[in-house]
Design a protein around this ligand. Structure first.
Ligand code: GDP
Ligand code: MG
Length: 169
């Protein structure tokens, strides 16, 4: 059986790095430069006879003036239409207006899927004590099914996301 999971978030939060870490392969290009991922990239995680399809999306943009941004937004929005779970990736403790906009897009149709918040780049956070209250604060924004602090780069807690994804099979 096979389920679909979309990885969404603003540019540069580590979505492609997470996809590669989930799959254990470099299927999606990652870069310090925003807008490296310009269309949907899918990767399949196979375990026995079950499969999870992960969809890496281009970052969602606030600025819709440029045609490329409009196209990327459309690709990202259509990716979340029929998935069983969305992994919403944010960058450490830097919540921005773009994150707020992505979250607002996720509210629509949220009843029909799981929404997991992945707080990425925790390897970068110096004040580890501030992280827990911060995660609780994020929990006030939306009824996330789970909030998971991760490091897509080093793999910390990425296995937790994988098991959540497999639960929705
Ligand atoms: P995307 O635009 O959301 O797909 O982001 P990318 O996966 O391309 O990553 C953007 C930048 O963040 C790259 O320079 C990555 O190496 C870096 N990055 C991603 N995940 C992590 C992480 O867990 N820790 C740290 N320190 N850097 C990360
Ligand atoms: Mg990317």
């Amino acid at each position: 059986y096979c389920g679909m999971v979309a990885i969404v978030g603003r540019p540069n939060v580590g979505k492609s790095t997470l996809l590669n870490q989930l799959l254990g392969q470099k299927v999606s290009i990652t870069s310090r430069k925003p807008q490296t991922t310009r269309h949907r990239i899918m990767g399949i995680h196979t375990d026995g006879d079950s499969q999870v399809v992960f969809i890496d999306t281009p970052g969602l943009h606030m600025e819709e003036k440029r045609a490329i941004n409009r196209l990327m937004n459309r690709a990202a929005s259509s990716s979340i239409a029929d998935v069983c779970m969305v992994i919403f990736v944010v960058d450490g403790m830097h919540w921005t207006a773009d994150d707020e906009m992505v979250l607002n897009k996720l509210r629509r149709g949220a009843d029909e899927r799981k929404t997991v918040l992945a707080v990425n780049k925790v390897d970068h956070i110096k004040d580890k004590e501030a992280l827990f209250p911060y995660l609780q604060e994020l929990g006030q924004k939306f009824p996330f099914d789970e909030i998971v602090p991760i490091s897509a780069k080093s793999g910390t807690n990425v296995g937790k996301l994988l098991s959540l994804a497999r639960q929705c099979l």
